[in-house]
Design a protein around this ligand. Structure first.
Ligand code: C2O
Ligand code: CU
Length: 749
């Protein structure tokens, strides 16, 4: 029967896919953002049935991905001339993403309103008032009076929310009584309950093995499924899904005796000392089950190396693994040839092989070491250790009763044991391998003891493959002191710490009352199929605060927030470069190819919205089944169009360059990326155009989804250096480049 002019009702998911597709198309162009253009894209002409030409013209003007940080306000029909936008602006803060202690995103609300008539035209009203509420309309938070023009009022801290503007009688009470004139919903509201069952049934059945669509893994099928997420139902009928690779778990030569690993030991080294470091197989018992894993010197984590600032040490490394490897000294501005990057600064160290590293430590603070070959396997199985470079200046840190070095990790354990890794290419290529067991210093039930009133310095390193943590100690203030390469300009109080893979933070805490105190990770998980957020909370460690009193008591010093004039001065020397034009821009992107149909479809359901940070692995099967054979993560140089290892950047020692990193949401599954630069240090000047007010030297920054950031990179160290995403799987499937820094004859080195 021929169709008449009536429109066919679309299923909501189909509409979302269509919209997502349109948005996807719309976002691929990257126009230069002009300084005076509004951050928010104008409303899409699609909203009022605009033509394809109108849509194309509109999308050409939209800055990359800002739709994730904007709300278009829609007016009631009588007020056709009224319109507005609300920019979701990042509140300034020490972390690259602003969230609450429970992981809910926080945004300053910047209204741009126009065309509002005198309110008396609408009834007995004299003013307009803006409101913030949730999709169920409670609570209703009065933000304040607004009018035509720009107003910044209030902070949104709900996962999904609505913005309303109403006309109200004089003064406008605490409750909304007047007439709603404008309304809009948060970008997160686009995430909906999807009718997955509307997918063709064939999506849920394995393709016949003679089609190329899903290559069946070669070799014996001994994959163990990843465990389901405890809060998220798994789609039925997907048991046949497999990663397109052979499973790998460490292989131990027959008859070899594998030692049980012991907790890490302190290795205090002086200038000129030598450390023997050996990577080998160990047994470890986690939650009562014993696994064959990896360890440095039969320890978990690897030895805790303490060195004085400016020391030089020798590390004689031996590889007793069944895989090639290398050791990278993360964050250290060392000699390039000892940077430990196979194929760039050295050949991989083959099983049975050795390599001697000579490492100098110019910067005080907290660093770590890990392999730089298949980190998704080797680091995950336990090859990581901290280095603490003791500052020359005795007053560098404030006084503390003790120091605790905490390496934060997670491990993926299924019913049958560790979930195998991909032998030829990593599994979990889309989101990275989220573990289901949280580990601190390799232990699932880590405990620390302290006395009441103790000031304890926590030196935190995130060594997980992909998980970003949001750490807090309930009821306890933390004093944020330092990060990757040293101290903040100013110490500040925080009630939580967001730490992405490879980042470090140093916080001082003081325990005022006795009793057990949990170190929590609190985040917002997402059920992508049903489109809702849910809180997740894990206890990473417990601090047993004993009734004995601290001795000495550093209470007074702890109360003081220090200003580090030397850091302010050192960073201030670069202030003239802060506003220079951007020298290079990298767009962070991905490409997918021959994904299993159902994975492709289900993951596309969400293209209308991506959260700033994917905190948790709530699609364990879908994510697991993706490998480097279906997924490539990309750094694209905007000037040349070159990607990843084809990019050629050439600098000289003494250069200072401004880089813009753009995390486009046009990716098939957009995600945050912790971007790491080897052998140098940088300042994060701004995220989404909001300047940072308290700077610290970094080697890793977290770029949230749909965001852009400007960083100032100081080139102080000659050689060939990597810039890459520190999500182990993203790095392994391409997201890396190498730049060259030439020595500068005119400058002393
Ligand atoms: Cu910690 Cu190239 O990395
Ligand atoms: Cu990444």
């Amino acid at each position: 029967m021929p169709r008449t002019g009536r429109s066919i009702p679309l299923r909501p998911w189909a509409l979302l896919i269509a919209l997502g597709g349109a948005v996807l198309l719309a976002r691929t162009a990257l126009p230069e953002s002009s300084p005076d253009s509004s951050f928010c894209p104008p409303p899409s002409p699609m909203a009022d049935g605009g033509s394809p030409e109108a849509l194309a013209a509109w999308s050409a003007d939209v800055p990359a991905s800002t739709d994730l940080y904007c709300i278009n306000l829609i007016a009631i029909p009588e007020l056709l001339e009224a319109a507005g936008t609300v920019e979701l602006r990042r509140p300034p803060g020490p972390f690259d993403i602003s969230v609450g202690t429970d992981g809910t995103p926080r945004f300053r609300l910047v209204f741009q309103l126009r065309g509002l008539p005198d309110p008396s035209r609408l009834g007995p009203y004299s003013t307009y008032v803006a409101w913030l509420t949730t999709p169920v309309l409670t609570p209703m938070v009065r933000l304040g009076e607004v009018a035509n023009g720009e107003f910044e009022i209030g902070v949104a801290d709900f996962n999904k929310f609505l913005i309303l503007v109403s006309a109200e009688p004089s003064g406008g009470g605490a409750e909304r009584k007047g007439r709603i004139v404008l309304r809009g919903s948060s970008p997160s509201s686009r995430m909906r309950d999807h009718d997955v069952m509307a997918l063709p049934l064939s999506a849920f059945t394995p393709p016949p093995s003679d089609t190329a669509e899903q290559r069946v893994p070669v070799g014996p099928d001994v994959w163990t499924m990843p465990p389901v997420h405890p809060r998220v139902a798994m789609l039925p009928g997907l048991d046949w899904l497999r990663p397109d690779a052979n499973p790998y778990l460490p292989e131990v030569p027959a008859g070899a005796k594998i030692p049980f690993a012991r907790p890490r030991q302190l290795a205090t080294l002086r200038d000129g000392d030598t450390l023997r470091l050996e990577a080998g197989h160990v047994r470890r018992t986690i939650h009562g089950r014993t696994f064959t894993m990896y360890g440095f010197n039969e320890q978990y984590p690897g030895p805790l190396i303490h060195v004085p600032q400016d020391a030089e040490i020798i590390v004689q490394f031996t590889n007793n693994l069944d895989l090639p490897t290398s050791v990278h000294w993360h964050g250290i501005r060392l000699d390039n040839r000892f940077d430990g990057v196979p194929g760039v600064t050295q050949e991989p160290v083959e099983p049975g092989g050795r390599f001697t590293y000579v490492i100098r430590f110019p910067d005080a603070g907290l660093y770590w070491y890990h392999p730089h070959h298949r980190e998704d396997i080797q680091q995950d199985l336990g090859l990581y250790g901290n280095m603490f470079v003791r500052p020359t200046d005795p007053s560098y840190f404030g006084p503390a009763n003790r120091e605790e070095f905490l390496m934060l990790d997670d491990l993926l354990i299924g019913k049958a044991g560790l979930v195998p890794y991909g032998a030829e290419t990593p599994t979990h290529a889309v989101m990275g391998r989220f573990g289901n067991v949280m580990l601190v210093n390799g232990e699932p039930d880590y405990r620390i003891t302290a006395r009441t009133g103790d000031v304890v310095r926590l030196l935190l390193t995130n060594v997980s493959n992909t998980r970003t943590f949001n750490l807090s100690l309930p009821g306890t203030r933390m004093k944020l002191v330092g990060s990757d390469l040293g101290l903040y300009e100013r110490e500040m109080w925080v009630d939580h710490v967001v730490i992405a893979p490879a980042e470090r933070y140093v916080v001082d805490v003081r325990f005022e009352t006795d009793g057990p105190l949990p170190l929590l990770n609190r985040v917002q998980g997402i059920d992508h199929v049903f489109g809702y957020f849910f809180p997740e909370e894990d206890t990473l460690a417990v601090i047993d605060v004993r009734p004995e009193r601290a001795e000495p008591d550093h209470a007074a010093a702890f109360e003081t927030l220090r200003l580090h004039a030397d850091v302010v001065e050192e960073i201030g020397a670069y202030a003239a470069e802060f506003d220079r034009p951007v020298d290079h821009e990298l767009v962070l992107h991905m490409q997918v190819d021959s994904l299993p149909f159902v994975v492709d479809r289900v993951m596309r359901l969400d293209s209308a919205y991506f959260p700033p940070v994917e905190w948790s692995g709530t699609m364990p099967m879908m994510n697991w089944a993706t490998t480097g054979r279906n997924v490539q993560w990309i750094l694209r140089d905007s000037d040349t169009g070159l990607e990843n290892r084809d990019i050629e950047w050439w600098f000289e020692v003494g250069d200072v360059v401004k880089l813009r990193l753009v995390n486009t949401r046009a990716a098939f599954h957009a995600m945050q990326h912790p971007i790491h630069i080897h052998g140098q240090r940088f300042l994060v000047l701004s995220v989404n155009g909001v300047p940072n007010e308290n700077l610290v030297w970094k080697d890793t920054m977290l770029l949230p989804v749909g965001s852009s950031s400007e960083i100032l990179l100081e080139l102080s160290n000659p050689g060939d250096w990597m810039l890459h995403c520190h999500i182990a799987e993203h790095l392994a499937v391409g997201m890396a480049m190498v730049f060259r820094v030439d020595p500068n004859e005119r400058m002393p080195n």
